[in-house]
Design a protein around this ligand. Structure first.
Ligand SMILES: [Zn+2]
Length: 400
């Protein structure tokens, strides 16, 4: 452990990242791609193989240059070499996703909990789930790090600033989790995590700047620029849902009127389609697919809801496009059935509305679905596990 220098660590990280994002490669290909000497490759790869993070596999057969007796060998990630846990702390529900070293989901589960669960009970539930995974033979001793998402403001240090939806305020969740589980944890806002996961699990997505909107009870936002979340001074940036787009409207959860969130969330859709936002939680949850089905058979109220969502979502995307000039807009959250209805119309509106000459961003729906926050939290843990500050911990855990 003592000889773990910065240069060596960076080389390890570069090789693992290359194998994850570009697939298997020979030692010579890695050396060329990363401008490393053959000697360095040999040393670093040997260490990664000893720790079970990379493995040798038969390389592609190249008939023209095949040398009898010397089969080509490629290096690949060993997906089962390490695991990363993600937890979504939702309202009345906790979702768990476990990723392998290749960032693929290998286990997931959803647990119904009290809607007024306290931080202490939530931490105990997470610790118990961690213990269950660690007891499973295939994951034993291999869970490297974990992430938890919450639906509210979180500082860069994992301190929960404000979580009115759960009644949590000024909670040092990060310290509680670390004490309870002995695992390296990160705590993240749910939209940030969903956004990060949607990009991280698609390494071939050519996106220098991705803007994410998570539509549901609220409207969360996130921006990923050059692979990193835009956090602002204290870590609470990109609350795009509270961008004020009108002077009037229903009061938003933030106390203002005219926020994007108040025009595109579930309650806004309920007011148009049902004439009231006073619905039960399960009625609200079923609303997007109800409206989408009704719109498909020509229902006037449903058509009005889709038209309203198209109008206000387009306004928000136009403004965000003009500010960020993003490569991609990713739309996630429980509104998906409705987003599918209005996606093409939104693209047309955005093309008409952005500053002339600006490149039209790609607008697409997130592929992660209901587990997007838990998977996103795990991808952040996966990403953080290769952060320089965790070298000692990883070494210790991998050798345990
Ligand atoms: Zn607001």
């Amino acid at each position: 452990m003592a000889d773990q220098t910065l240069a060596r660590y960076v080389n390890e990280l570069s090789i693992l990242t290359m194998l994850r994002t570009e697939g298997s490669a020979s030692r010579a290909q890695i050396a060329r791609r990363l401008s490393l000497t053959p000697g360095t490759i040999t040393r670093v790869v040997s260490e990664l193989a000893r720790r079970g993070l990379v493995q040798e596999i038969p390389g592609p057969i190249q008939a023209a240059v095949r040398e009898p007796g010397r089969p080509a060998i490629s290096l690949a990630l060993n997906p089962t070499g390490a695991y990363f846990l993600g937890v979504e702390m939702g309202v009345g529900v906790m979702r768990y996703a476990l990723l392998d070293l290749a960032a693929s989901v290998v286990a997931s589960t959803e647990v119904v909990v009290s809607r007024s669960i306290t931080p202490k009970k939530a931490v105990r539930a997470i610790a118990e789930q961690v213990a269950r995974y660690q007891d499973a033979r295939r994951f034993a001793g291999k869970i490297q790090a974990a992430g938890v998402t919450v639906p509210g403001l979180v500082t860069s240090e994992g301190y929960i600033v404000h979580l009115p939806i759960l009644g949590w305020k000024n909670v040092n969740l990060l310290a509680m989790l670390r004490d309870a589980t002995q695992l390296p944890f990160i705590v993240e806002n749910n939209a940030n995590a969903a956004a990060f996961g949607s990009v991280y699990t698609q390494p071939n997505l050519p996106s220098l700047c991705t803007i994410f909107l998570k539509l549901g009870t609220g409207c969360g936002g996130a921006a990923i620029i050059n692979g990193r979340l835009l956090r602002g001074a204290a870590g609470t940036a990109t609350e795009f849902g509270h961008m004020r787009i009108t002077e009037h409207g229903h009061r938003c959860s933030c106390g203002q009127v005219g926020c994007l969130e108040s025009w595109v969330n579930l309650e806004a859709m309920a007011r148009i389609f049902r004439g009231t936002a006073d619905l039960t939680r399960s009625e609200l949850a079923a609303l997007p697919s109800r409206i989408a089905a009704a719109a498909a058979v020509g229902d006037g109220g449903a058509a009005a809801a889709v038209a309203s969502l198209t109008h206000y979502l387009s306004l928000g995307i136009v403004t965000l496009s003009n500010i960020f000039n993003p490569t991609t807009f990713m739309l996630g959250g429980v509104m998906r059935p409705l987003l599918e209805c209005c996606l093409e119309a939104v693209k047309v509106r955005v093309a008409e509305g952005i500053v002339p000459g600006m490149k039209m961003p790609e607008i697409r729906l997130s592929h992660l679905g209901v587990m997007e926050c838990a998977v996103g939290a795990a991808t952040i843990a996966h990403h953080h596990a290769f952060d320089i500050s965790t070298v000692e911990l990883q070494e210790h855990e991998l050798r345990a």
